[in-house]
Design a protein around this ligand. Structure first.
Ligand code: MLT
Length: 410
């Protein structure tokens, strides 16, 4: 008899963004004439920039020529891309990350989930609350969560660290020491950030407790404030305690193209149950080589082009476009009397829902009354209840219209 992985039975409902997509498509089916504006899932709307497209076209042509054809590439990514990442994303920020500490992949979501393969099943997991749901769900699948408690809305073995308006979105050390700590900054969903000194406290804490930080910096390209670190490795000692996840999805409009990377420094060690030290870099390398065949050549050439002068100029224009949307949302909602967070160093705006409504009730109200889609805060964790996320990744016209509709809502 074939058995299932029963951990999957511990998952709550469907994945947050699938639930939303289902609700929206039902509403559209019943109301075919309504123009729905989607500011829910953080999916980009600006097309891929010309410099990147040019590189991708050229690479595709190479594949059609016997002289330049390529088959399997290195599973970890081509050196031409890893060298650029090492130089532009790290050396230029005063950080040394060598190309063999960089693993190119098809997405930070996949990497955030897959990294659990190389980590012990008994590790105690801490997540900030609210946060991107993938960290929690993948640990439920891996059996690290224990059972779900309907009353608290929490899993019994997961440590939830509130990062809310009450503590200025700065997570505090939990009572119980975790082994794996997920940090996402700039934060999805609140759009808030940690300063260097706040992040340093977490690096020191992880060091003291032999814990591992899983640092998701998928939104670093949206940072504008000086004191906000773009990479956790700007903090002294972080290479001994942190894995970093990066993505080209939001930075360069690659949500449909798929390319990201994960940094696993050589200094980073974890332990066997008997206390033997093991390099995580070699474990991840082994895992990557066995379960992944690399990102396609044209996509890696496209990612490489992001780092050219013209590529940088063009993607920055798009980032500014989105951050202008963020400003429109933030200021518009403030004018309408909402309490609003984020939207300055991140493309997400986190707002308090009107008194008396849950975040799903506010979702339904927006969808039904003004045909605007956002994401209910509680979908990101129990501390998200009473809040709501809007993304700045829409078009400017739709963003303006959505905010006008919300302002005029009863
Ligand atoms: C989000 O809306 O939180 C993200 O787009 C989801 C993702 O990046 O997977």
């Amino acid at each position: 008899m074939i058995n299932i992985n029963e951990n999957f039975l511990n998952l709550q409902d469907s994945y947050l963004f699938s639930t939303i997509a289902k609700k929206v498509s039902e509403f559209q089916k019943n109301n075919p004439n309504k123009k729905i504006i989607k500011l829910g899932i953080g999916d980009v709307t600006r097309p891929i920039v010309p410099e990147v497209l040019k590189a991708m076209h050229k690479a595709i042509d190479e594949l059609g020529n016997i002289e330049t054809f390529r088959g399997y590439g290195p599973e970890q990514g081509y050196d031409f891309l890893k060298n650029k990442i090492s130089e532009f994303d790290y050396a230029k920020r005063g950080v040394t990350i060598s190309p063999d500490e960089i693993f190119v992949s098809d997405g930070a979501k996949c990497d955030c989930g897959n990294i659990g393969d190389i980590l012990g099943e008994d590790n105690i997991v801490a997540i900030t609350d609210p946060v991107y749901p993938v960290y929690l769900d993948t640990n439920v699948m891996a059996g690290r969560s224990g059972k779900y408690n309907n009353k608290t809305g929490k899993y019994e073995n997961i440590i939830y660290i509130p990062a809310t308006a009450e503590n200025n979105f700065i997570p505090e050390f939990p009572n119980k020491v975790p082994d794996m700590i997920y940090l996402c900054f700039p934060n999805n969903p609140t759009g808030t950030t940690l300063s260097k000194s706040e992040l340093k406290k977490w690096v020191d804490y992880a060091k003291e407790n032999k814990a591992l930080i899983l640092f998701d910096s998928a939104y670093e390209a949206f940072i504008s404030d000086e004191d906000v670190p773009h990479t956790i490795y700007e903090i002294d000692g972080a290479k001994e305690v942190a894995i970093e996840f990066r993505s080209f999805s939001k930075t360069a409009g690659f949500t449909g193209v798929r390319c990201a990377y994960t940094v696993v420094p050589k200094e980073l060690i974890a332990y066997t149950k008997s206390g033997e030290k093991i390099e995580l870099n070699s474990l991840w390398n082994r895992r990557h080589g066995t379960k992944f065949n690399g990102v396609s050549y044209p996509v890696q050439r496209a990612a490489e082009a992001i780092y050219s002068d013209e590529g940088q100029r063009q993607i920055k224009e798009n980032i500014m476009y989105y951050m202008n949307n963020a400003k429109i949302i933030k200021e518009g909602l403030q004018d309408a009397g909402f309490t609003v967070y984020g939207g300055v160093n991140a493309p997400y705006i986190w707002l308090k829902v009107p008194e008396g409504l849950t975040s799903w009730e506010f979702f339904d109200k927006l969808l039904n009354e003004v045909n605007v889609v956002g994401t209910p805060g509680v979908g990101f964790g129990p501390s998200g209840e009473g809040y709501f996320r809007l993304t700045a990744f829409g078009t400017k016209e739709n963003t303006i219209e959505a905010i006008e509709r919300i302002k005029n809502m009863n």
